[in-house]
Each structure stands twice: as structure tokens, then as C-alpha cells.
Design a protein around this ligand. Sequence first.
Ligand code: ATP
Length: 240
Amino acid sequence: GFRGGALDIRDLTVGYGGEPVLHSVSFDLRPGEIVALLGANGAGKTTLLRAVARLVRVASGTIALDGADLGQVRTEDLARRGVALVPDGRSVVGELTVDENLRLAALWRHRGAARERAVNGIYEIFGSLARRRSSAGHQLSGGERQMLALGRALITEPTVLALDEPSLGLAPLIVAQVMGTLRETAASRGLTVLLAEQNVTSALSIADRGVVLNLGRVVADASAATLANDTHLRHAYLGF
Ligand code: ATP
């Protein structure tokens, strides 16, 4: 059966040339867990996801997947190791149809009939994408685009999925739909999810745990219920 990966982030320090943006950040994701990565604008959420995806240079510290250090793994090999990133701003190719977008994402993972099955598997998760299979990426609504970006990540059968603000620009009802699908998919596949969000309420509604960053440091790491009920923490770091 499916089993999510365990991700262990230890003493991670990352900067962009000058001052560090992340200061010795440590937390872990247990297999199958959904962890919300929270914090105000500029707290360092995107930088942390980029470090996991090996898109920024890590100054010090380690990121380990199932106990194996990812330090020497190249970005292009990361997907084969089971780590998929859904970047902020989406990964949909506007000129290609929904179907082509999914096939392209599945190219290296599945061939022939297996690729068709994988594409159909995504349509089973996202019924609205199936109805839009011949539409170009740029014709999709914001919600459909986000679902396609998610579908493109899921079709590679990751064990760890990292998402940067999937709620960005979506209407509340669509956010709820995307979050619900994420929760169901994670549960049915045993997928481990790192969910960076400004939308704290939505993220905590599906997360098992939350990690709060402030100015590049972990200021809280607790169950979703504990964080949702912590008024002081919410006021101080989460803006509500
Ligand atoms: P947001 O939700 O606004 O994306 P965030 O929590 O994801 O916020 P980051 O985008 O990781 O935060 O940014 C953390 C800090 O790093 C900010 O001070 C930002 O200005 C800085 N930063 C981000 N990207 C770069 C870059 N390419 N070069 C220099 N500084 C950067």
C-alpha cells in the first residue's frame, strides 16, 4: 500500500547572499501527516519550501527523507525520490490542454497504458478536470488551475507533497474544495503533506499539526487544535 515519507528538517539555515532568512529551523513530518506551515508575509515559508525542493542553497543544516540526507540530491532527481512541489503561481502550461498538462507531468513516471491509467486516476480525484480535459490551461478558472497543478504533482505519485499557498486567489468555497480534496487524497494515499498557507483557518482545518514561523524562526510547533485555540499566538503571529 501507499505510505507517506518522513521528512526531517534539522537546524536549517538559508539566506540569499546576505543575512539568513531561515535561522536554524527544525521540525519534522511523520509519514502520512499534514503539517501546516504558517506565518506572516516574509516569515520564510516559501524559502523553506524552496529549500526542501533544493531550489535554494542551504547554508547549513539538513533535510532528510526517510532518514536519507537529500543534501546531494539534484533538483531534477528529487521527484524520483518522491518529493513533489506545487509552487505558488502554479505549474500549469497555459498553451497545453488539461490532458496534455497531465501527460507531460507523467512522462517520466508512467508509459503507455500505465500513463492513461494515471491520467484517469487524476480525473477520478478531480471530476471538474475531467470535464475540462480538452480546454487549454489558460482557459481554466483559478480553482481548476490549482486542481490541475495538484494533479500534475499527484500523477508523479509522490510520498511527500509540498504546497505553496494553494488557496491564493481562490474564492472561499473553492478553497474548501481544494483543501477537502487534499485531505482525502492524503488519507487515501498515505501522502505526507507540507502545506504553506496564509489562510490559517483553512490550513488548520485539514492539518494534523502546524508549525509557525516568525522572521525565519520556529515560534510554535503544535497540534492544529492547539494552534487554532491559542489566542495569543494567533494575535502575535497569525494576524487574527
Ligand atoms: P510570502 O507569503 O510573502 O511569500 P514567505 O513566508 O513565503 O512570505 P519568503 O518568501 O520565504 O516568505 O521570504 C522570506 C524573506 O526572504 C523575506 O524577507 C524576503 O524579502 C526574502 N527573500 C525571498 N526571496 C528572496 C530572494 N530571491 N532574494 C533575496 N531575498 C529574498
